[in-house]
Write a protein that binds this ligand. Sequence first.
Ligand code: FAQ
Length: 319
Amino acid sequence: MPVPPDESALLADFEARIAAGESIEPKDWMPERYRKQLTRMMSQHAHSEIVGMLPEGNWITRAPSLRRKLSLLAKVQDEAGHGLYIYCGTETLGVDRHELNAQLLDGRAKYSSIFNYPTLTWADVGVVGWLVDGAAIVNQTVLAKASYGPYARAMVRICKEENFHKRQGYEVCMVLAKGTPEQKAMVQDAVNRLWWPSLMMFGPSDTNSPNSAELLKWRVKRKTNDELRQRFINLTVPQAIALGITLPDPDLKLNEETGNWEFGEIDWSEFHAVLKGEGPCNHERIAARQKAHDDGAWVRAAATAYAEKQQARKSTVAA
Ligand code: FAQ
């Protein structure tokens, strides 16, 4: 879209600041398109954290020991905190979180495809921590250098917590992988189911990523989807070897020259089907969020009544 003449100087200044590595802050001028792209990406990220509580929350009452239960509880609570933190960041762009929640519930906003897969056994909890949090860290470590200040700062704190999540997940996998043959088989089964969906977390390949060019230009994204996916694979293959677990990709092989682990073709038809709402748990996830929203109606009503009462009291004192 052509920029109106009076905005071109503002745009030039904005882009010069980005090129100089400065942070863009909420009250700074920004192109509407930058605001829109950030709102889309950050709100979807926040939704992912909140919906992401569901597959693991499913195991809190069935954790195999008190210690496991405590760390899983802490992890799921952290994800809630991440979601709320990023919703706050999104609100600095001028959009209300009730609107963002409405977009999630009516399907206008997306959330990460990975959370539309079920967690069938306790080993899935370990593998989610290892692979899903592992993938999130690779993506978010780079987002900690994003040009929008509130988002970048949120990522710094979130990445610290995701590191703990990944370690607890990997430790669950390690204990099971060194346990009985049945326990090791459970980890292998969970990896077989979750490996490819974890790779899909990084989004479509660069040639099919409509948002990447703009996000890279404005330094929201600092690496492409494919670059981050490759980095995740390079980091994860040695971890799988250390566990004695096979990754379900016969084409996986180390390219000695580039140092990259080359991998097989991702099933993009599965990715697009999940995005269209046809994943194994899409309906269940949105139904759970809708129920939480409905169950919370009394809290919203009470908070509104309290705010009105406070406002009325302030007006009486001022009069
Ligand atoms: N799932 O043009 P691109 C976590 C959509 S947090 C669903 O490449 P973009 C923590 C994309 O939105 C995980 N949709 O898009 C945790 C776009 O649709 P739209 C979440 C996807 O934005 C751990 C369309 O496809 N992390 O796991 C996916 O440049 C354990 C075209 O794609 C973030 O959100 C997908 N996988 O790049 C919590 C990080 N991929 O909106 C609980 C921030 C793509 O145009 C337990 N986000 N789409 O209709 C990002 O880095 C980027 O937004 C990407 C996508 C890389 C996800």
